[in-house]
Design a protein around this ligand. Structure first.
Ligand SMILES: NC(=O)c1ccc[n+]([C@@H]2O[C@H](COP(=O)([O-])OP(=O)(O)OC[C@H]3O[C@@H](n4cnc5c(N)ncnc54)[C@H](O)[C@@H]3O)[C@@H](O)[C@H]2O)c1
Length: 349
């Protein structure tokens, strides 16, 4: 079991990697607790939950709403929860984002912790103190920065995770390596087969290295005023592709990373051979590097991204594998990249 610490404005958070959900009780403060989980995670793992009341929410991105948060508040009131109550989110990124937000706002904030049950949640969603829900058409529009007391990453929970969900996590691991850790990148090149076939020792190293990278960045810039923007590598285009094509998050981010690497080469930053290595690694992880897209729809979606500042973007490029740089670029500069990226361009006639 390995532990990584994050020091946020709201307090200390520890991420425990390789711990079992069966030892969760050891991490809870004295007093009462309530569990928030989703239907699938409850189905597989309720037998391992400690004996506290369970609030079950549905499943998937569609339930990341204020309605679900209100349902949690109602249930907490019914259970007679007060400020000393601890909230435990057990699940993927959706459960962690909702549970973290509900805990941060109920009675002006109660303490909370997570057991993250998807690879994406272990390497990304449950680390870093961002929580919140979607509002109207906007993803993660309402939320807070607030660190959980602890996050348990039980690698064995990944055994029941569908392959497509695992790929969402691998895309973020490749991202962490590409922006911050050339050694991890090389390890991925040499061990992707073991990772894909769920070699637990390899997965544990990947989760540990990924969390270390994200935690170090969050420790330096919790509120995303500078360096934390590097974690958005591949995500400006990725979010737009996800929205306009409906492909999975990991696939969209993979295409976004390939495009951002191309733009980095065009700007004379990244050697072309390194962009090729990134593309090859993504393909090895069964992730796509191009797509059939509607160019205009993607540009419109980027224009509506809440992280845009005026007609300029903070766009993450690579200097080399293992080193990212954030540059301000105009939206026009993205149009060229989209042309190269598309194997087919909608609305072309
Ligand atoms: N807060 C952040 O910093 C941050 C960062 C990245 C992503 N996110 C958010 O995370 C969310 C995506 O997270 P996700 O990919 O974990 O999705 P998810 O929570 O919807 O989980 C994916 C699916 O896997 C199921 N599942 C979860 N654990 C399982 C297990 N062990 N075995 C079998 N099935 C299991 C879930 O029920 C769900 O159907 C998005 O809403 C995204 O915005 C947040």
């Amino acid at each position: 079991v390995k532990t990584i610490e994050i020091t946020g404005k709201s307090g200390q958070s520890k991420i425990v990697i390789g711990e079992s959900i069966r030892n969760l009780e050891r991490y809870l403060p004295p007093g009462r607790a309530v569990i928030v989980t989703d239907h699938n995670v409850r189905h597989y793992y309720e037998k391992d939950f400690p004996d506290w009341p369970i609030i079950e929410i549905g499943c998937g991105e569609g339930i990341k709403t204020l309605d679900t948060v209100q349902a949690i508040y109602r249930k907490l009131l019914e259970l007679g929860a007060d400020r000393s109550n601890f909230l435990i989110g057990i699940g993927g990124g959706v459960v962690c984002d909702i549970a973290g937000f509900a805990a941060s706002t109920f009675l002006r904030g109660i303490r909370f912790g997570f057991v993250s049950s998807t690879l994406l949640a272990q390497v990304d969603a449950s680390v870093g103190g961002k929580n919140g829900v979607n509002f109207k058409a906007y993803k993660n529009m309402v939320g807070t920065f607030n660190q959980p007391d602890f996050v348990i990453c039980d690698i064995h929970l990944l055994a029941t995770l569908p392959e497509e969900e695992r790929l969402n996590g691998f895309a973020e691991i490749v991202k962490h390596a590409a922006i911050a850790d050339a050694r991890l990148f090389a390890f991925l090149e040499n061990n992707y087969r073991q990772a894909l076939t769920l070699d637990f020792a390899v997965l544990e190293r990947l989760v540990f290295d990924s969390v270390s990278i994200k935690a170090a960045i969050v420790n330096r810039d919790e509120q995303e005023r500078g360096e934390r923007r590097k974690l958005n590598f591949g995500h400006t285009l990725g979010h737009a592709l996800e929205k306009t094509t409906g492909i999975a998050h990991g696939q969209a981010v993979s295409i976004g990373m390939a495009a951002a690497a191309d733009l980095s080469v065009k700007r004379g930053l990244l050697p072309a051979a390194e962009a090729d290595r990134l593309r090859q690694l993504l393909k090895n992880f069964k992730l796509p590097v191009s797509a059939q897209i509607d160019r205009q729809a993607v540009l419109d979606a980027i224009g509506k991204d809440k992280k845009r500042q005026g007609s300029w973007f903070h766009f993450v490029l690579l200097n080399r594998l293992g080193e990212a740089v954030v540059e301000e670029i105009a939206i026009d500069a993205l149009e060229d990249v989209l042309d190269d990226l598309c194997v087919y361009q909608g609305n072309q006639s």
